[in-house]
Structures are given as structure tokens and as C-alpha cells.
Design a protein around this ligand. Structure first.
Ligand code: XIL
Length: 388
């Protein structure tokens, strides 16, 4: 069966086949190929940019989900979450079906864990960890050392350098130690650089000096030698002064023997100004040559400031997601693709911009958006390309 360009927005489903149609100048319509069980999918390559999609109407089983494809490719497709959402059955149905990775959007941040010095409340973080374990999801830990979302007792303190070192070491040892063996990767240090690629004079820089970064990685490694330790940064995915700064920083850390295993690329993007995929690929490659992994850690693509119709923007958003998914899948060291939230309903972006930015893979009504199908197509093509 062939579905061709259709200018009216419509949705249709039957028991075996799901599809979603968004109207626009560029029609984005992808329907999943019929499949065999998860270990051996029958998939048809259909790039999202094409307006015509081939559908195999022979499905006797549900088509594979994004998660099943990701499992097959040994790729992590994850999302930021919060225990408050995990009581919503619509939310959890989608989460369990489509994602094999999870990260706490806020629950592992210092200010949430410890409102008093030396006193920790892990109950919310534990809910997330237990959920992930029950649903065989890999967890990224976010984040140990950041200058935001710190507890008041800490930001209001006036202590010596040595005292701050003790506090930071205690925190890292406590949190990493608690979840040792259960976190696949920690964002040890979050957002250490400014736009020019220099160390920001943030809370930790002022408290301890530039060594805070090296010390944090060493303490984290001591607390969980198996965890992959990441430096997570924003706006450093392409080739620019900031990504040059990340490269210089992590190169220097490796030369000093600091236990760092990867770089997180946050990717809070704007539709009108996405990174150039070739630049992202080159950036990933130079990190691979250092022996470092890359995770896309917080992807969302806000729409509101871009010109054009909403439907056109949703399709263009899909292209951004697709480019990044393909770039990550093609890179030898890019193992994870995390979005910063599951549906547009749960995104932090509208709260920040005050605009209905629709930055994620699923719409407010839980339906997959063109962005979902774009990532799906990229992943399916990677699987097909790997088949003999
Ligand atoms: C954001 C959360 O999504 C919000 O809920 C919270 O109010 C502020 O922090 N970079 C990061 C994330 O590393 O921790 C931030 O998360 C988004 C920007």
C-alpha cells in the first residue's frame, strides 16, 4: 500500500499499523514496516524527507517500537523523567514502550537531594532508579557538580577552600556510592565553560579553583570505578569556540590521567539555528580519536521563534532530529540519544520561554510527532545498513 501526500491533518490506526499524518508543504508520513520478532525486523528504508512512504500491510504483529529498534542496535534512546510522572499510566505506557534509557530531570541534583548539610533524602531518586531497574532501562546520572540547583545551605556558606573540597568530596562519594553499579554514565561536571570556551568563574571555580573539575572526576571514579564519567556541556555540539574549549579541557584531563570517559552534548536547540550535522560529526570524531564517548544528553528543539507554519515547523523539527540521530548513529563513539522530556506536555522549555515550543518527540496528546518518525527512520536505516 502506498500513502502519498495529503494536505489535511489526519490520524488513523488499526490494530497492526500505526501512522500519523501531518499536513504541510513537505508531507511527513511514515508507517512502520510489518515485522518479525524484535531480533529480526523486516524493515524498509524510507527516508523521512521523502513525501511517499511505503507500507507493508502484512503485519500480524505490532511493529517494533523505537525502543525495540534501539535495543537491537545497542543504542540508548532515553528521556529525562521525574517520579511525579511515573504514576500516570499513559505516560508510563509510552515510556516503557519507546525508551531504554532514563535520566532524572531534577531528582539527582544536589539541591533536591540534600536540603541540610550531611542529610540526604534519596527517596525520589530511588523511585526513578527502581523504576528503571524494573523496566530494564539504563540510567544516566545527572548531575554531580553544577553551579545551579544547589542547596541554600551551600550557596549561602562562606568557607575555606579546604572545607569546600571536603563538602564536594563527601557529596560525590555519597551519591555515586549509593548508586554504584547501577548508573551507566554520570554527568560529573555540568556546564563548566563560557561561550568562549573558558572555564566559567562559577561557584565551584571560586570555592576551589579550576582543579574542582579534575578532583570531581577522581572522586567519582573512586566511588564507582565502573561508571562512565562524562563532562556535560551546552552549545558545544558543533564546531565553535565552546566546543574547542571542551576539546582542550578534556584533552588536558586525559593527559593528566584524569578518569574521564565521555562528553555529553546537551543540545537544547532552536529550530532556526540548529548545529551543522557535518560539524557535529567532526566534533564527535575528534573526541573519538581521544578515546572518548559521546552522549547526546538533553535534546530538545524549540519551534516558536522560527518562521513558517506550525505544520511546516514540525516537519523541519523532524529533520533536525533526524540529522542528529543519523550523525550519532554513524559516529563510532556516540552511544546515547537522550531527549529532555517525553512529551511536549512535560517539557521544561515552555515554562522557561513562556511559549508553546513543542520541542520533543511526542505531542501533548501522546501521539508521535514527525520528530519521532524521523529518529525512527534513522535508527531503522542504521539497522538495515548493518544487515548483510
Ligand atoms: C532543567 C530542568 O529541566 C528544569 O525542570 C529545572 O527547573 C531547571 O533545570 N541543562 C541541564 C539541565 O543540565 O539540568 C537543565 O534542567 C536544563 C539545562
Amino acid at each position: 500500500m502506498q500513502y502519498t501526500k495529503n494536505n489535511s491533518k489526519s490520524r488513523k490506526s488499526d490494530t497492526n499499523t500505526l501512522f500519523i499524518c501531518f499536513s504541510s508543504l513537505l508531507v511527513c508520513l511514515l508507517v512502520l514496516a510489518a515485522c518479525k520478532p524484535a531480533s529480526n525486523f523486516a524493515l524498509t528504508p524510507t527516508p523521512i524527507r521523502q513525501a511517499t512512504i511505503t507500507v507493508e500491510p502484512t503485519a500480524s504483529q505490532a511493529p517494533p517500537t523505537l525502543r525495540q529498534l534501539a535495543d537491537q542496535q545497542k543504542w540508548l534512546v532515553g528521556t529525562a523523567s521525574d517520579p511525579a510522572y511515573l504514576t500516570n499510566p499513559q505516560y508510563t505506557a509510552l515510556l516503557d514502550a519507546e525508551f531504554n534509557g532514563l535520566v532524572g530531570e531534577n531528582v539527582m541534583k544536589w539541591g533536591r537531594l540534600s536540603v541540610e548539610r550531611g542529610i540526604y533524602d534519596f527517596s525520589k531518586a530511588d523511585v526513578l532508579m527502581d523504576y528503571a531497574a524494573r523496566h530494564q532501562m539504563a540510567v544516566r546520572g545527572h548531575t554531580l557538580v553544577w553551579d545551579l540547583q544547589l542547596p541554600d545551605w551551600l550557596t549561602q556558606s562562606i568557607l575555606t577552600r579546604d572545607e569546600y573540597k571536603v563538602i564536594l568530596k563527601e557529596h560525590i562519594t555519597t551519591v555515586v556510592g549509593r548508586y554504584a553499579g547501577r548508573i551507566v554514565a554520570w554527568d560529573v561536571v555540568n556546564e563548566p565553560l563560557d561561550a568562549q570556551g573558558h572555564l566559567r568563574q562559577n561557584f565551584w571555580f571560586q570555592a576551589i579553583g579550576p582543579e574542582y573539575i579534575l578532583l570531581a572526576f577522581q572522586w567519582a571514579h573512586a566511588a564507582d570505578p565502573e561508571a562512565q564519567l562524562f563532562l556535560n556541556e551546552s552549545f558545544a555540539e558543533g564546531l565553535n569556540e565552546k566546543s574547542q574549549g571542551v576539546y582542550a579541557l578534556v584533552s588536558g584531563m586525559l593527559e593528566k590521567g584524569v578518569p574521564i570517559h565521555g562528553v555529553g552534548m546537551q543540545m537544547h536547540l532552536r529550530l532556526e539555528n540548529p548545529p551543522v550535522p557535518e560539524d557535529v560529526a567532526e566534533n564527535m570524531q575528534r573526541l573519538a580519536e581521544l578515546g572518548l564517548k559521546v552522549h547526546i544528553t538533553e535534546l530538545d528543539v524549540r519551534l516558536q521563534d522560527a518562521p513558517g507554519s506550525r505544520d511546516g515547523k514540525l516537519v523541519a523539527q523532524g529533520v533536525v532530529f533526524e540529522d542528529l540521530a543519523r550523525t550519532c548513529l554513524a559516529a563510532e563513539n556516540c552511544e546515547a540519544f537522550f531527549t529532555w522530556g517525553l512529551t511536549d506536555h512535560y517539557s521544561w522549555i515552555p515554562g522557561m520561554t513562556g511559549k508553546d515550543d513543542e520541542p520533543l518527540l511526542f505531542a501533548e496528546n501522546w501521539q508521535p510527532k514527525p520528530a519521532y518518525w524521523a529518529v525512527y527512520a534513522a535508527l531503522r536505516d542504521a539497522i538495515l545498513a548493518a544487515q548483510p
